[in-house]
Design a protein around this ligand. Structure first.
Ligand SMILES: [Zn+2]
Length: 139
């Protein structure tokens, strides 16, 4: 379970509702993952890397699309899964870094970390090694 600020503030733990990433809107799960402008920029870059040309909507829309997409048996789906998991991980990590350590990274820095991680992971999966060259990932 991810404890976003709306959950914590319901318990009276945190009084600050503002999203640490965009600093403009109230932090909820729905907002943090893909409604937030900061997160959207990162995910948009990842979709670009995957050569998926569509906009980035909210979390529910993303999940709905993803459920339909991952049913397709294609190698790009494996990479898509990796990208989605890594993006969620890095967005959550960035949010915690900002709140608890007062450190900030740009969307460019985070996107680079995600693409590096995907490259590293894919390099250990034989069927993906050749395939990665077809995608738009720059390590
Ligand atoms: Zn935000």
């Amino acid at each position: 379970m991810l404890y976003t600020k709306d959950t914590l503030s319901n318990w009276g733990i945190i009084g600050d509702y503002v999203c640490a990433l965009c600093k403009a809107e109230v932090e909820t799960h729905q907002h943090l993952f893909f409604s937030c402008n900061f997160s959207k920029q990162i995910w948009h870059k990842m979709l670009n890397c995957l050569l998926i040309t569509r906009g980035c909507e909210g979390w529910n829309e993303e999940l709905e699309w993803a459920i339909g997409y991952v049913k397709r048996k294609s190698i790009v789906v494996d990479v898509y899964r990796m990208a989605l998991a890594a993006t969620i991980y890095y967005i959550w990590q960035e949010r915690n870094l900002r709140i608890f350590q007062q450190k900030e990274r740009t969307t460019g820095m985070i996107s680079r970390l995600i693409t590096q991680e995907i490259h590293h992971r894919a390099s250990m999966i034989p069927r993906l090694i050749g395939y990665m060259q077809n995608l738009n990932f720059y390590p």
